[in-house]
Structures are given as C-alpha cells and as structure tokens.
Ligand binder design. Structure first.
Ligand code: PLP
Length: 385
C-alpha cells in the first residue's frame, strides 16, 4: 500500500484525479455534461475527442480517470451497474467453449450471470472454494480456462482468497485473474498491485457510498485489454449516465475517511457480538481465528465494514432480529453511510437455495455504517435481547 516516488496519496487522488477545475469556468467540480452529441468543427473536427455520449462523456471520463488512479490501473471504465460491467467484461474476454472458475460463494448476481445467461452462450463455469488453492489448481482447464473470478472478502460469508497466489495460478494456465473488489474498495485492497488483471466494482456500494446511485466499473493494468473493453463498452452500450457518474464522483472523494470509520465501527460491533450469548459465531476477517485472517492482513489495509454472524437459536430467531433493529435499516445492498441489516437466506441469497451458494439459515449480515458507534451497539443489543 506504499505510494511510489512522486505518486500522490490515495486521498489526494480520490479528490483530484480526473477532476481538474473546468477550463472554461474554473468550476472545481466536473459539471454534469447532460448531453448526447457534440458540435464538430468541420467534419471529423472533434473538440477534445467527444462525438457521442455512449462512446464518451466528460463527466463519465472524469470518474473513469479517478477510478483508474485509485486502483493504480491504466484505464477505468464506468457502467450503468456492477452487473453491466461484469457482462461487458465477460463478453469481451470469453467466447463459446471458454471456461471460467468462480467462487463457490460468489455474489448472487454474478452466479446468475454465469448459470442462467452466459451458460446459454456456451461459456462453461465451475464454482470452487477459492480459499483452497489446490482445489482451484485442480479445477483449472489449461487452454480452456479464460479467467479465475475472485471475490475477497466474499458475500455474505466473508471468506478470503489469496489474490497474489491465485494470480500466479491463473497466469501459469494462460488465464486472467479478475477480482471483484466491491467489498474491500480500492482504499482497503488494490488487486492490480497484487497481480490481478482486471478489477470489477459495483460502485453502488462503498465507492458511491451513499445508497443514492447504481453503477459499476472495470479497471485494468494492460492498455490493450483496456482498449478492447472500451470497444465493447461502446458496442454494448451499458454506460454510466452523466448524473450517475457525477454522484459516484461526489461519493468517492470521501472514500478513505468513510472506510476508516466503517472499519472502526465494524471492529466495535464484532467485539460486542463475540461476547454475546445469542451469537454462535461471528464472521469477520479481522478476527485472529478467522481462517483467512493472515491472508487478509497481508493484502488488505484493514478488514472492512461487512460483518456476518450466526444466531444460536436458528433461522426464526435470525429473521426476528433483522426485524427488530431501529438504527440498522432492514434492506439489501451494502456500503452506504447508513447501517443495514439483512437475512441473506431469505433476501439477497434467496435465489441460491439448493445451489452450491446456499448460505446458513441462521446467518445475519450487517453493513456497518458510519453512525455513532454507541447507537449501533445499543441497537444491536436491544435487537438481540
Ligand atoms: C452489488 C454487487 C454486484 C452487482 O452490482 P450492481 O451495481 O448491483 O449491478 C457485484 N458484485 C458484488 C460483490 C456486489 O456486492
């Protein structure tokens, strides 16, 4: 996580990368360029390269440049949602007959994209436990496996995968390593520096951070792959609109301070839950007995704001607790300033029932927000009482 010589710090990049003051007016924030087309000075005479906003838009370009800087990549691309980013990536790198390894506890939407959509287009996939490197190595099909798809930490079980080790497994088989960095955010983890080829984000979550916009992004460290992705971003057209890009840029400026507070609050919540008689286990990579703790400590700055726990009295009690909080809002999604609580088995992961992704029915997932920590602790205590 150390910055190279002459390179600006993360917080500086979050506020300034891609966001020079507007050359015409000096506006310190990039304007929302709500425009579809651009006047040409004679046929083909583009001003600053813009011709049509699916292909390029200055507000989106500011976000793309900022995200590339934050992930230490050469190119960033912003999409209408995380799923749009994933779809564009997979349709760029895969063709019928190719094979992809995905985590056996992948994000539900990612699992659905592979199992219900891409399978019909002849893309094969296997779900493997990414924490088990030998299992991953055994599942790779040299010459056919096009990518290993990594999530770390995973949702909702907070499993950890070793990005550097999996990058070498992927590369020795001629495959790409893709990391969905949504849970960690670029502030806590920089996959490209660990050997990954592509970073995926649902910017809907921590990057945007305010639960007010849906978006996605890809960042790569190879310019040629970046060019191919830009070609498909334009060809497929699932781009971020200018207002969405602007909201995401507004959110990302405070990513570092928000993440530090998310982590502070999550650590306090974990401490309380570990001592609570109604909680049978707490899933958080910051706990020294977590099976992925050492790897997480090596590749993450801190351990994040997501905490899951299992309720000693089972499913009904878990569901009841989710309905009793007052500061934690019962809802799906994560990564916003406000705390959220949910029951993955009946909510975000309901569609995984009966699949390898089914999660324990006594599991509760928290997205710990940045409210006063004493209020969060008191709320959970009364819900658990
Ligand atoms: C939410 C999420 C996605 C999908 O992103 P959308 O913006 O909802 O399309 C992908 N991966 C992870 C880990 C997510 O949490």
């Amino acid at each position: 996580m150390t910055e190279g010589p002459g390179k600006e710090g993360f917080e500086t990049l979050a506020i300034h990368a891609g966001q020079e003051a507007d050359p015409r007016t000096g506006a310190v924030v990039p304007p929302i360029y709500a425009v579809s087309t651009y006047k040409q000075d004679g046929v083909g005479g583009l001003r600053s390269g813009y011709e049509y906003s699916r292909t390029g838009n200055p507000t989106r370009a500011a976000l793309e440049e900022c995200l590339a800087a934050l992930e230490d990549g050469v190119r960033g691309l912003a999409f209408a949602s995380g799923m749009a980013a994933e779809d564009t990536l997979l349709r760029t790198i895969c063709k019928p007959g190719d094979h992809v390894l995905i985590p056996n506890d992948a994000y539900g939407g990612t699992y659905r994209l592979f199992s219900k959509v891409l399978a019909r287009w002849g893309v094969e996939w296997d779900a493997v436990p990414l924490g088990d490197v030998e299992a991953v190595r055994a599942a790779v099909r040299p010459g056919q496996t096009r990518a290993i798809w990594v999530e770390t930490p995973t949702n909702p079980l907070l499993g950890i995968a070793d990005i550097a080790v999996l990058a070498s497994v992927a590369h020795s088989a001629g495959a790409l390593l893709v990391v969905d960095n949504t849970f960690a955010s670029p502030y806590l983890q920089q996959p490209l520096a660990l050997g990954a080829d592509v970073v995926v984000h649902s910017t809907t979550k921590y990057v945007g951070g305010h639960s007010d916009v849906v978006g996605g992004a890809l960042v790569v460290r190879d310019a040629e792959l970046g060019q191919e992705l830009a070609y498909h971003q334009n060809a497929l057209g699932a781009v971020a609109g200018p207002f969405d890009a602007w909201l995401t840029l507004r959110g990302v400026k405070t990513l570092a301070v928000r993440m530090d507070r998310h982590c502070d609050n999550a650590e306090r919540v974990v401490e309380m839950l570990l001592d609570h008689p109604r909680v049978s286990s707490v899933l958080y990579p910051g706990i020294s007995t977590h099976p992925g703790h050492e790897v997480a400590a090596k590749q993450m700055r801190r351990f994040g704001g997501m905490v899951s726990f299992r309720v000693a009295d089972g499913e009904d009690a878990a569901v009841e607790i989710c309905g009793r909080t007052r500061v934690f809002t019962l809802g799906e999604s994560l990564g916003g300033v406000e705390s959220l609580i949910e029951h993955p088995g009946r909510m975000t992961h309901a569609s995984a029932a009966g699949s390898p992704l089914e999660c324990p029915s006594d599991l509760v997932r928290l997205s710990v927000g940045i409210e006063s920590v004493e209020d969060l602790l008191a709320d959970l205590r009364q819900a658990l009482a």
